[in-house]
Design a protein around this ligand. Sequence first.
Ligand code: LLP
Length: 414
Amino acid sequence: MHHFQLRNNELYAEELKVSDLAEEFGTPLYLYSAATLKRHYQAFDSAFQGLDHLTCFSVKCNSNLGVLRLLNEQGAGADIVSGGELYRALRAGMDPRKIVFSGVGKQEHEIREALEADILMFNCESREELYLLNAVAEGLGRIAPMSLRINPDVDPLTHPYISTGLKENKFGVGMDQALDLYELARDLPGINPLGIDCHIGSQLTEISPFIETLDRLKKLYQDLLDRGINVKYLDLGGGLGITYAEEEPPHPSEFGQALTQALQDFDLTLILEPGRVIAGNAGILVTRVLFNKETELKRFVVVDAAMNDLIRPALYQAHHRLAEVRPQARTESEADVVGPVCETSDFLARSRRLPEVQPGELLAVFSAGAYGFAMASQYNSRPRAAEVLVDGDRAFAIRKRETYQDLTALEEGL
Ligand code: LLP
């Protein structure tokens, strides 16, 4: 459920007309709904109320300060993967004791920054990372709290580019190495092995891969106990999918119930790192039609948003629902909706049934709140879009549209 709905043939973002917002802030425009973000966060978090748990929003999917502040007010922690994300989370006022640091390639300065901020946990992924974490922690006279990220070799049944828990993926350490690395971590003076971590992939539409993973991790937990290592945290990562088109992912409550049941006899704090399930359907990208173009083979609708604004269709063949902001009864036919960028992969939709929209009209690209703006670039020297947060009948610009000056600012006066 989200708050981008039609009323009297006009798309609204909560209480505001999307067409008015497009007029005021220009296009392409990212619009987020505060009520949807809150609702999704609460639906997810409350699904785990039967367990000692911490919900750490995965900052990578939408790192806007306005969004992070809102989620912080709801009680969220943060899952970060870089010093930049740590900076953003702290700027948004997030509690460092609710921050976990994931990622396969942490740099020395990033580790130092996170230690100085006193974050809850480092999710480590290799022997060499353990040595580096230990050295930096010792240098600062600290002991780093650590979870080892396990690669359980479970198929998440999702797009190969967003599968992370298979043997062939770069992420985590295999079960065969895990015990040795925990023993190493225990013996290193700058590290305290406190948890088990895992993230098997993104946009999962089944619960079974999570449960299969959990079974493997529970076995590891026992093996660790047998070796005198008693971890306190279990981080299951993110990955719960959303509906873009016809998918029917489990509702967070179902997901929560299944995990609660599976973890009943375990005295562990569960950490979750949801991203998409909270922000994905809380955002849309609004774009204006520039031209219609018919070739011998195809109908193209050229719009002012492009792959630099939303790269998911080009990168993952992702489907985003697309609709008129002011629907009219008109003939429909198949069209490719494409942007101005000079690449054949620059499309928002392909072979999609679409009414005969005219130049100047607005289209909404749905499910763009996660991995939308966060993956945007300035490719083709296109200033990045503005981001606006709608809360009831109020709209807050939470990121200004970039200007031409922004494009060259860091290249001038050198
Ligand atoms: N935790 C870790 C360690 C992750 O790597 C990710 C996502 C998450 C949590 C959050 O996963 P989520 O709940 O959002 O599925 N750009 C791609 C998705 C990449 C996901 C990367 N890792 C897309 O647009 O589909």
